[in-house]
Design a protein around this ligand. Structure first.
Ligand code: IMP
Length: 209
């Protein structure tokens, strides 16, 4: 049986999602809705652990996870990596965003506020960056990037979201990401922007192998 046959059911392309994060899974499902694809989660593929995110760039980490899951499953796979780049810290925490300052989201954003204590408002510029990698068994490798520009606040605000959302403010909206309901954040987020580029690519390449 050809690989193409193996990867498709009812003429839809099967894509393995290389993430264990249920929030990301939901967002990916909602943005890719309506495409002739079937998303398969790691659990359905009996893949337990993903390789460590030890690359120096978001792109390296996302590609590493997508290559691993594509190899293990024989399917096209997508994976993402994301983080926060703060200009006054020379781009830190960047790829180390999940491992910066302590074990909880709150410890991480409080450490960030502490590090930025003496930095005035105009210099508190920052961005969330997300890279999504797509790897197919036939050797296609593509990456899609999304960026969301903003400023770091001086105190946390809002109860929605996760990670650094309470201290990441969108100056034109006058709110932090944690002050926005998920539907509003998901329209403008770095991940949504990268996913929309992936969606456009999949629309142009429905017969990816
Ligand atoms: P990863 O892409 O799951 O490795 O995420 C890296 C880290 O970046 C997360 O643990 C968060 O700390 C941070 N991060 C990524 N995206 C967001 C976001 O949308 N809001 C808040 N923090 C984020």
């Amino acid at each position: 049986m050809s690989r193409k046959r193996h990867c498709r059911e009812n003429d839809s392309l099967k894509i393995a999602l290389a993430t264990k994060n249920p929030g990301k899974t939901k967002e990916i499902h909602s943005i890719l809705e309506g495409l002739p694809i079937e998303l398969v989660c790691l659990h359905e593929l009996s893949i337990g652990e993903l390789p460590p995110e030890d690359g120096l760039t978001f792109e390296e980490n996302a590609l590493k996870k997508a290559r691993f899951v594509s190899r293990m499953s024989g399917l096209t796979a997508i994976a993402d990596d994301s983080g926060l780049e703060v200009d006054a810290l020379g781009g830190r925490p960047g790829v180390y965003s999940a491992r910066y300052g302590g074990g909880t989201d709150e410890q991480r954003y409080l450490k960030l506020l502490e590090e930025l204590e003496d930095i005035p408002e105009p210099e508190r510029t920052a961005r969330f960056r997300c890279v999504i990698a797509l790897v197919s068994p036939g050797g296609v490798e593509k990456t899609f990037e999304g960026v969301l520009e903003g400023r770091i606040t001086t105190a946390p605000r809002g109860d929605h979201g996760f990670g650094y959302d309470p201290v990441f403010c969108l100056p034109d909206k006058g709110k932090t990401l944690a002050e926005m309901p998920p539907e509003e954040k998901n329209l403008i987020s770095h991940r949504a922007k990268a996913l929309r580029k992936l969606r456009a690519y999949l629309l142009r390449h429905p017969y990816l192998t």
